[in-house]
Design a binder for this molecule. Sequence first.
Ligand SMILES: [Zn+2]
Length: 96
Amino acid sequence: MTVLTGRTRRGFAHTDWCARDHQCGLGEHRAHPVTLSAGPAGVAVLTRVLAADGRQHVEIRTRITLAAGEPQARAHLAHILTSLQALLKRVISRRR
Ligand SMILES: [Zn+2]
């Protein structure tokens, strides 16, 4: 459950998990990011967001080092694309 506390200048209440940074004044509230590291080859950063329209979502940024060489990099990209598509379908279906 999200608890709303305090008020910003524009009247939006903070959530209990809000990091209370400059984004609050723009109508959205963002948690402190959580970083998942897989060493030098990869990292993902997840941030919980309450958007100005009242919906919540998670913002995910990732950086993955590609395989060396053009054909290998392309094959690696194809693998990442299909893996992320499968993961996206799986995590979306959990909310139902
Ligand atoms: Zn806030």
